[in-house]
Design a protein around this ligand. Structure first.
Ligand code: FAD
Length: 544
């Protein structure tokens, strides 16, 4: 039987952070086991940003932040769903985690410039940014044969830096073609690829080779303590974990039964890696864990488009729905929210149930925009030239458009007329769109209210259905400050830890800022790895 000090399940950012930290704190034998045939999980497919209040890069840049302000912010967003003790751990350990990785591994971070928090005007929120960090470009050549064994996004496109994208407010349009070509030749990658590439390099440097195609199926529990992991149905395939097992198996967004059982409303599309089927959650449940935050996901509005590989693709409309000359309406033809609100918070709008009709009022929602929108912003690479793609509905008039899409036509005309009248004054008294720095940041780059407000007046007109998607679920076993899993009585289940989307998120229903999911994933991965390394199993040789 293979024996490890610490066994980590999964290979996303939470898992690899836990593995490297465990090794760096004294665990000599660390095993990383991954269900997929590639490593990196959703994390490698992501923007790779981490949201860490009070990080030292802010100090160096002369940007003020404080523990009190960060906690005030989380408290303001909590609606009593964020446990105070975990919020404190997050704010306290986050900066420590960043420093430790920079001092001990190839993982380094820099500020994504000017990226405000997602609710910047809330008490304690940051309007100037600084809390969102990303890794510099990383040369995948350093990974040797592992370079081709990292998960890739079907949505993210080129691996530039977040600082160079329109989201990070950088210079996408002016990155020199030769520079891009050179980067491709050198296999230099940014975003989630850079984060996972660096974490993976840190593992490999320490002799930790992840085991792929190894789906854990159960925990071995001896006298109430987790002592190993089972793979496959047979008891023969077991690895021993002398100190601990760290669950970092992502959420359960690809498991319809678990979604039906727990999630608060429709979750119609998952955009994460398809192997996230709640395996870690089930293991924790069988071990007697108490669960928390089970109704929640990291929500994201998506549209259905065809993928390059022929499979349908759920395309996130995080920036697209915010551009001028575009609104969202329900089938009654009415706007129902500030379209520029943060994507996670927007999920709530999809779950509004009308008590009378007992229908979800805003499901599906419809993005409605004009031809000029397509010319200026484009949508899923379509800029209004050539035949209208199948996934988009077009018409010369709003009435005809509404008819084709099943929207109330008279109301849609009225809604658009009202919208056009109010944006002429560069204001949205109905939903306050354009008043937050968040709205103008994600707009067309002009950074005034006009960055998101503009008339819908130049036909043809277009619409596409928008559905509630998720980056991942965020409920699971409850943990303490060291990421140890707790049982139904609040007692530690010895030898079991959880980090990332598998755990009951310390963020409740909140997404604090860019990096708001990977930040907690890495912080609790770090906490888990450190504690697991330093606490030997009771009764085992060398136990403390
Ligand atoms: C396009 C996109 C952009 C995003 N950008 C950002 C961003 O910039 N910042 C941010 O904070 N968040 C971002 N997110 C969300 C973020 O990527 C996820 O929330 C995060 O990666 C979850 O990390 P994790 O470690 O918990 O899980 P994952 O990275 O999904 O890793 C879980 C791993 O566990 C493995 N696994 C599952 N079951 C088993 C098993 N039984 N045995 C072994 N292994 C198993 C899975 O195969 C998977 O590899 C983005 C998401 C997407 C899709």
């Amino acid at each position: 039987m293979q024996t490890f000090d610490v066994v980590v399940l999964g290979s996303g950012a939470s898992a690899l952070a836990a593995a490297v930290t465990a090794h760096g704190h004294g665990a000599q034998r660390v095993g990383v086991f991954e269900k997929a045939d590639v490593v990196g999980g959703t994390s490698a497919m992501s923007g790779g940003m981490v949201w860490i209040p009070c990080n030292h890069h802010m100090d160096e840049a002369g940007m003020g932040d404080s523990r009190a302000e960060a906690l005030r912010y989380l408290e303001a967003l909590s609606h009593d769903k964020i446990p105070r003790d975990l919020a404190e751990v997050y704010v306290d350990v986050g900066p420590e985690m960043v420093r430790w990785f920079e001092a001990n591994t190839p993982v380094t971070f820099e500020i994504v410039e000017d990226f405000p928090d997602y609710h910047p005007e809330h008490p304690g929120g940051s309007t100037a940014g600084g809390r969102s960090l990303e890794c510099p470009l990383f040369g995948f050549g350093e990974l040797g044969e592992w370079a081709d064994r990292v998960s890739q996004s079907r949505q993210m496109g080129r691996h530039v830096l977040m600082n160079e994208t329109t989201l990070g407010r950088g210079a996408t349009t002016i990155i020199d073609r030769d520079v891009l070509r050179q980067r491709e030749e050198d296999d230099l990658r940014g975003c989630g690829q850079a984060l996972i590439g660096r974490l993976l390099k840190a593992c490999l440097d320490r002799g930790i080779e992840p085991h792929t195609n190894r789906a854990a199926t159960g925990l071995v529990i001896t006298d109430g303590r987790v002592t190993g992991v089972r793979f496959g149905p047979a008891d023969a395939d077991v690895v021993e974990a002398r100190n601990a097992v760290i669950l970092a198996t992502g959420g359960f967004e690809w498991n319809q039964d678990l979604i039906r059982a727990f999630i608060r409303g429709p979750l119609q599309r998952a955009v994460s890696i398809e192997t996230n089927t709640g395996d870690g959650l089930k293991m924790a449940m069988r071990a007697g864990a108490s669960l928390g935050n089970m109704q929640e996901a990291w929500w994201v509005p998506v549209i259905d488009v065809p993928g390059a590989d022929g499979r349908p693709l759920a395309w996130m409309v995080n920036r697209e729905r915010i551009q001028p000359r575009c609104i969202m309406v329900n089938k009654a033809g009415k706007r129902f929210a500030n379209e520029a609100a943060n994507y996670n918070a927007f999920g709530a709008a999809f779950h509004q149930l009308d008590p009378g009709s007992f229908e979800y009022m805003n499901l599906p929602a419809h993005m409605v925009f004009d031809h000029e929108y397509l010319v200026r912003s484009g949508l899923f690479r379509y800029r209004g030239e050539g035949p209208v793609p199948e996934w988009l509905t077009a018409a010369d008039t709003l009435a005809e458009l509404a008819d084709k899409a099943g929207i109330d036509g008279l109301q849609l005309e009225e809604t658009v007329a009202r919208w056009n009248a109010q944006v002429a004054d560069l204001d949205d008294p109905d939903f306050g769109r354009g008043r937050s720095i968040n709205d103008t940041h994600w707009g067309d780059g002009t950074r005034t209210a006009a960055a998101t407000l503009g008339p819908i007046d130049t036909g043809p007109y277009y619409t596409v259905a928008v559905r509630p998607g998720a980056l991942g679920t965020k409920g699971g076993p409850q943990t303490n400050a060291d990421a140890q899993v707790l049982d139904l009585d609040g007692q530690v289940i010895e030898g079991l830890y959880a980090a990332g989307n598998v755990m009951a998120s310390a963020m409740g229903m909140t997404y604090g800022g860019a990096g708001g999911t990977l930040g907690p994933g890495m912080v609790f991965g770090f906490a888990a790895g450190r504690h697991a390394a330093e606490h030997r199993g009771v009764g085992l040789p060398g136990s403390a």
